[in-house]
Design a protein around this ligand. Structure first.
Ligand code: F6R
Length: 248
């Protein structure tokens, strides 16, 4: 397995780190135009999608053959709700590139039979051939997707309750500050099934989580530490997110 140093790329600014992630995705699509991408939302990803949209407009990349599966979606939000991750993905990426929206998938937020919907999502990923490249952010508490501390390393897509820290962090995305308290998320096991994982973490608020993700073995208290078991993970950091690790 690669060591942490082999997998880490550190950049002088959040923008530079995001640009590098976007270029990595674009290069993947150049070599594999029918790639299956696992996508993430969150503020960290916004400059990644902005770079990709600009590259598409310059004719440098096509999404015509691409299939996407997002990590997570808030439970109970209509797809048209501006706070939903479906709306967010449309606004940031899907509405601006040549992707077939019928091949853009998010967990079913309006499902009433959660377990069946979660099983369907897992089956759809398998039917698509599995995820080639999974894009990941990291929560301040070490969550990946919405796998909060306490999540099992072999967990699969399921309904989860969001932690208070996550609700506080994400209130800024909702006009009334009211974040749905539950979500449907790919599990840690689902994420680890991807052939390649690309993590982007920027800002000092992520430094501790990045450091804990690499300290010791897998700890249930830090879901991102499960990534140590994968073997094909690239970490893209800015100097602030990498700082605690450099000092450790
Ligand atoms: C989003 C997701 C989350 C975020 C994480 C970081 O789809 O799965 O794990 O990646 O909460 O969010 P930001 O980038 O807003 O700090």
């Amino acid at each position: 397995m690669k060591t942490f140093a082999d997998q880490q790329h550190t950049f002088p600014s959040p923008q530079a780190a995001a640009d590098a992630v976007a270029m990595h995705i674009i290069n993947t699509l150049k070599t594999k135009p029918h790639a299956v991408l696992g996508l993430a939302t969150g503020a960290t990803m916004e400059p990644v999608y902005a770079y990709i949209v600009a590259a598409f407009k310059r004719g440098e990349v096509s999404f015509a053959g691409v299939t996407t599966f997002n990590l997570d979606e808030y439970a109970g939000l209509a797809p048209s709700d501006p706070g939903s991750y479906r709306s967010t993905m449309d606004r940031l990426l899907f509405d601006h590139v040549d992707i077939d929206k019928n091949r853009t998938f998010l967990p079913e937020a309006s499902a009433t039979a959660w377990e069946a919907a979660a099983e369907r999502y897992e089956a759809m990923i398998v039917e698509a051939g599995g995820i080639d490249l999974q894009l990941l952010g990291i929560g301040r508490n070490g969550h990946i997707g919405f796998n909060e501390p306490g999540s099992l390393i072999d967990s699969r897509t399921r309904l989860v309750e969001l932690h208070a820290d996550t609700l506080a962090a994400n209130a800024r995305f909702f006009a009334d500050g009211q974040v749905p308290k539950s979500a449907i998320t790919m599990g840690i096991g689902t994420i680890l099934s991807a052939r390649e994982i690309v993590v982007l973490a920027t800002g000092a608020a992520k430094a501790e989580a990045v450091n804990r993700a690499h300290s010791g073995a897998f700890s249930i208290d830090c879901p991102a530490s499960a990534l140590q078991t994968h073997g094909n993970v690239l970490w893209f950091l800015d100097t602030d997110a990498a700082n605690a690790r450099a000092a450790a």
